[in-house]
Design a protein around this ligand. Structure first.
Ligand SMILES: Cc1cc2nc3c(=O)[nH]c(=O)nc-3n(C[C@H](O)[C@H](O)[C@H](O)COP(=O)(O)OP(=O)(O)OC[C@H]3O[C@@H](n4cnc5c(N)ncnc54)[C@H](O)[C@@H]3O)c2cc1C
Length: 456
């Protein structure tokens, strides 16, 4: 009996899509997998994985499909596993400040459910409507508030995972302190679907912030920018929740001469920073925020500033930072997400910009922005020529200078297929061998998301 017949024995037609019906599924835009498994429960998934393991069937797990490194790419021989039906927030414990969720819950749904109970789930990123908690965990997503709340790894207390052979590991811990042996959940966080399938999780919630202050400031040099980061954090006494830097190139490309967004501050400064602080007392926090900005002016760290007075005004500033759509006009372009130590950042950016200009003197652009508070930079680079032909050249320009600077080729998005050839820039051979050993222990037949992160 073949794999499809075996799966049909344990899954009903809601949980297994095969044949022509595959074409209607949103995940099947380019390549059509052999089948799609859409389990309604952990047990159903475990039964399906037992069969896949027995027959050596490869499985690619998909959450919201918002990943940016080809982590959910399927070949025709793979089965796609979609967590779309496991999308229930099972409970919110107000006292313990935790949420128990199924892996297919969209990030925004958890943010909203937490807010309805006067709690706060601080993970936030542009794809909040489609990205799922399972995907956030599998990629260890970062986003805008890492500086204050950490990455997804810092927000998870417990996990339930189905292993490649169908065993269910239920480690739904809900307490903060648990040093009873190895903390296995951290192996699955950031493993990009290669070690196990995350089915449920206990996420940590925070008290809802009662005050919010946001400002856009202009800065005249990189040296001042770095000092501003330290000083703003100090003046705001640990309440700073975002420090998002936009290089002038980004600010201009997004505002498009005022056509797409009104310039809150004129466009002649080299750097713009969106600073956000979250607190517990609006009146006192307003005063503290205004006083902090004044002190930063006096210290000569900022040239100009816009302080928002309402949520609407704050949203208008965030819209500039989040408007990736505006960059579509640059198409074709390449997007990068790297980390580099602050002390190396200025020279690194200069080297990449110079590399792009030298390679395509006539037709290119290099746009820079990032979550500077955690050393994370994004580049959007347009280079003349046929996309596939220039891709490798652009990759070399961005990744190679990281080697000598102890930089990282993937700050937030993971490795997937796209960054696989460059993993050795950020990881030693010994580290990669150890990763492969872990992979073999969890997935000896190599059926989970094959070829992602590294070749088996
Ligand atoms: C506009 C936009 C803005 C973004 N901004 C950010 C940002 O600021 N920070 C950031 O970190 N990322 C960002 N991303 C990238 C993306 O949203 C994140 O990587 C997100 O965590 C992926 O979640 P997903 O559910 O869409 O996962 P998918 O894209 O479906 O999958 C991503 C990877 O996780 C694996 N996976 C998914 N679900 C599971 C599961 N249940 N168990 C095991 N493995 C699983 C997949 O196999 C794949 O390898 C952005 C993307 C877009 C489009």
């Amino acid at each position: 009996m073949g794999i499809i017949e075996r799966l049909q024995q344990c899954l009903d037609s809601q949980s297994l899509i095969v044949g022509e019906a595959l074409r209607a599924h949103p995940a099947c835009i380019y390549l059509i997998p052999k089948a799609i498994i859409r389990p309604g429960s952990t047990e159903e998934l475990a039964a399906a994985m037992t069969v896949c393991h027995e027959l050596g069937q490869t499985v690619v797990t998909r959450g919201g499909g918002s990943g940016l490194v080809g982590g959910t790419v399927c070949e025709g021989e793979d089965i796609l596993l979609s967590l779309e039906r496991m999308n229930r927030i099972e409970s919110i414990d107000v006292l313990g400040r935790t949420a128990t969720v199924q892996a297919g819950v969209p990030l925004q749904a958890l943010q909203d459910a937490a807010a309805a109970k006067a709690l706060f789930f601080p993970l936030d990123l542009g794809a909040r409507g489609s990205a799922t908690l399972g995907g956030n965990l599998a990629t260890n997503a970062g986003g805008n508030r890492v500086i204050r709340y950490g990455m997804t790894r810092d927000m998870v207390l417990g996990l339930e995972v189905v292993l490649s052979d169908g065993r269910i590991i239920s480690a739904m811990n809900s307490v903060i302190k648990n040093n009873s042996g190895y903390d296995l959940k951290h192996l699955f966080v950031g493993s990009e679907g290669t070690l196990g399938i995350i089915t449920r999780a206990v996420m940590r919630l925070q008290p809802a912030p009662l005050s919010e202050n946001t400002a856009l400031v202009a800065v005249s040099s990189f040296d001042r920018l770095v000092r501003l980061l330290g000083q703003a954090d100090q003046h705001l006494g640990g309440a700073m929740s975002a420090f998002e830097v936009m290089w002038q190139s980004y600010y201009e490309a997004i505002c498009q001469g005022g056509k797409r967004h009104r310039y809150p501050i004129r466009d002649s400064y080299p750097f713009y920073v969106l600073i956000e602080s979250l607190g517990a007392n609006q009146e006192a926090d307003n005063q503290r925020f205004a006083a902090a900005l004044e002190a930063l002016f006096e210290q000569g760290l900022i040239e100009d500033a816009v302080l928002t007075k309402s949520r609407r005004e704050a949203e208008a500033l965030w819209a500039i930072r989040d408007d990736v759509e505006a960059l579509m006009s640059l198409f074709p372009y390449f997007v990068f997400d790297v980390s580099v130590p602050l002390a190396e950042m200025e020279s690194y950016v200069a080297e990449v910009e110079a590399g792009v200009k030298a390679a395509w003197p006539e037709d290119q652009c290099c746009i820079v922005f990032g979550h500077l508070g955690d050393g994370n930079l994004h580049f959007v680079i347009r280079a003349a020529g046929e996309f596939e032909q220039v891709r490798e050249q652009v990759n070399e320009i961005v990744y190679e200078p990281l080697r000598s600077r102890k930089g990282v080729i993937s700050a937030e998005h993971g490795i997937g297929l796209e960054k696989r050839p460059y993993l050795n820039i950020s990881r030693s051979q010994d580290e990669i061998e150890l990763m492969k050993l872990i992979k073999r222990s969890f997935d000896p037949k190599g059926i989970l998301n094959p070829g992602k992160i590294f070749e088996a």
